[in-house]
Every structure is written in C-alpha cells, then in structure tokens.
Write a protein that binds this ligand. Structure first.
Ligand code: CDT
Length: 319
C-alpha cells in the first residue's frame, strides 16, 4: 500500500507562549529556527500556528483601534519583519502555512492564514470563517475572547490549492470543530488540511473541565481526518501567555484517524511525519466513496438552516 513516491515530509511547528510585550523580530527568530529544523528533518512544508506573530490578543478588551492595528495586525505580507521567513523558505526550498492578523488596504480585519510554496510565493490565503467568542466587553470574565470584535467573517471560503505536488486546504482553530470545514475541502480532493490554533484551557462561558479541551481538540482532528480520508496537520500556540494558559497537543493525524505525531510539551517544538499521500485513497475508494454513497438530496437542511429548528414533515426533508 505504501509507496516511497507518495511520501510527503510534513512538519508542524508548535509555539510556546508569546507574551504581550514580545516584539515580532523575536517571534520571527523562533519561527526561523523551527523552519530550519523542519527542513533538516526532510519536511516539504511546515505548519505554524494561528496568529503566530503576536500574543493571542483577542483575550484583551482594547478601544484604541489604531494601536490595535499597529501592534497586532499586518498591513503587508511579507512585511519588513516577516520577510526573513520568506527568504529562508526560498533558500531551504520549504513551503509553509502561517497564521496572522490581516489588515487590508481598505481597512478590513481578518484572522488569516496563508500557504507559501517552496519558492516563497504566497499561493493561497484563507480568512477564518467560524469566529468564536463575543464582541461585547465582559468585565466579569477572567479574560475575553473577542474574535467577533476584532475580525470580520472570512470571505474566501474553504479553498484547496495545488502545491508541492499535492492538494492542501487551510482552516483556523475553531473551524476544526465543524465537520463542514473538512467536507468542503475533501470534496475538492484535499489531501492535507493545515490549521493553526490558540485554544484557552478555560472556557469563560461555562465551567468546562479543562481536560475536555484536549479531548475535543483531538477528537475533532481524528474524526474528520478519517471521515474525509485526509491528513490533518495542527499547530498550537500554547502554554502561559501572561498568565493565561492555552492547550498544546499539536498533532499530525493520518486518514486512518490515528495520531502519528504529537507534541510532548508546551514550548516551541517541531513534530514531523513522513505522510503516505495514498493512504486516504483506501478510505475514499471504499467506505467513503463520496460519488457512490453520498446523498446530498437528503442533506438540504445543512445549507438551508444555521440554527436548529422544528422537525420537518417527511415530505419536506428531501429535495
Ligand atoms: N482561537 C480559537 O478559535 N479558539 C477557540 C476557542 C473556543 S472557546 C471561545 C477554539 O475553538 O479553540
């Protein structure tokens, strides 16, 4: 089943915390070091986290938008501080995925990720679609989760890109919990789904036992890798950022649903897997042969309803 030509060296670069006071240059230096390690281990591409260049700033209520823009958003990519990443990638002939806050020339804000190929060309951009949290100030909460304040909902969809001899899709953090994310990409024949995340260990909305955070993170990756016959590469930013803890657990998951590499701690750490890109075919030609077994005529509600409503009459269920 496995063939050397189908092998794809895939690295995930987990990041330990980035403190509020840290500057981009220090952070980029850490990313460069991990990119070097990934290339030395034979990776064709390395996946960095969501909002990799700064602390996870949506935990803070801030009112001075000009200051937020200057401190936490990138008005150009690459910019002066991120250019070294592109230069090293071209020199090492390695692709990468990078998450960052995007400020567009006409003033829009997105939680964005890009795919960069081995010539350092940006070949795809993804703007986060499932934005979690809230937009109002919650002064009684231990911290905020203000993604709905600082970002607009992404307008690019879940694209898949031909790159590095395979098909790669992107999503960001909360997207990984939604089955639609992966199915839309697997229907475009994605072989690898890349994602970065910042997942606080505590839930400000209810008293969720912290161990469930890790369990649901891995459950989402594993179930969706299997049900869509694809590889999933997930990179955390984790540990204590100014006293606020986020889970680690960066992982590479095979189309079998098995975890083939997982970060050990909550610091900067590169994990690597030599991925058999044909492995997904085993599932996609049989149990998940979409063309043969999917029944979209019975899935109407998935695109027609957002929230749950009343049961439909049998005659209304199918098209
Ligand atoms: N960054 C991000 O999307 N974090 C969310 C936290 C959800 S709780 C408001 C996540 O799904 O991990």
């Amino acid at each position: 089943m496995s063939n050397k030509d189908n092998r794809f060296g895939l690295a995930v670069a987990q990041m330990g915390p980035v403190q509020l006071a840290e500057d981009r240059t220090t952070v980029v230096r850490r990313l460069l070091e991990m990119m070097r390690e990934a290339a030395a281990r034979g990776a064709k591409m390395v996946v960095f986290p969501e909002l990799a260049l700064t602390t996870f700033f949506p935990r803070y209520w801030m009112e001075d938008q000009a200051e937020v823009d200057a401190r936490f958003f990138e008005a150009e990519m690459p910019g002066p501080q991120t250019r070294p990443l592109f230069e090293l990638a071209a020199r090492l002939r390695i692709g990468f995925y990078l998450g960052y806050g995007e400020l567009t020339p006409d003033g829009h804000h997105y939680n964005t990720a890009i795919l960069v190929d081995e010539t350092a060309r940006i070949v795809a951009r993804y703007r986060k679609i499932h934005l979690p949290g809230h937009s109002d100030h919650k002064p009684d909460a231990p911290f905020q989760h203000l993604e709905k304040k600082y970002f607009e909902v992404g307008n690019d969809g879940f694209g898949v890109t031909d790159m590095l001899g395979t098909r790669i899709g992107q999503c960001l953090c909360n997207d990984r919990r939604w089955p639609e994310t992966y199915r839309v990409m697997s229907l475009q024949s994605a072989r690898i789904v890349t994602l970065g995340y910042n997942t606080p260990s505590w839930n400000i909305h209810w008293n969720e036992p912290p161990h469930l955070r890790m369990f649901h993170h891995l459950l989402s990756l594993q179930a969706n890798a299997y049900q869509n016959g694809l590889w999933v590469a997930a990179a955390a930013k984790c540990g204590f950022e100014d006293g606020f803890h986020m889970i680690g657990g960066s992982a590479i998951v095979a189309p079998s649903g098995e975890i083939v590499a997982q970060a050990q701690g909550e610091e900067d750490e590169v994990i690597f897997a030599s991925c058999d890109l044909q492995l997904g075919e085993t599932f996609l030609q049989h149990v998940f042969n979409f063309a043969k077994h999917r029944r979209p005529e019975h899935y109407r509600l998935i695109v027609e309803r957002t929230g749950a409503g009343a049961p439909l009459a049998p005659s209304e269920l199918s098209t």
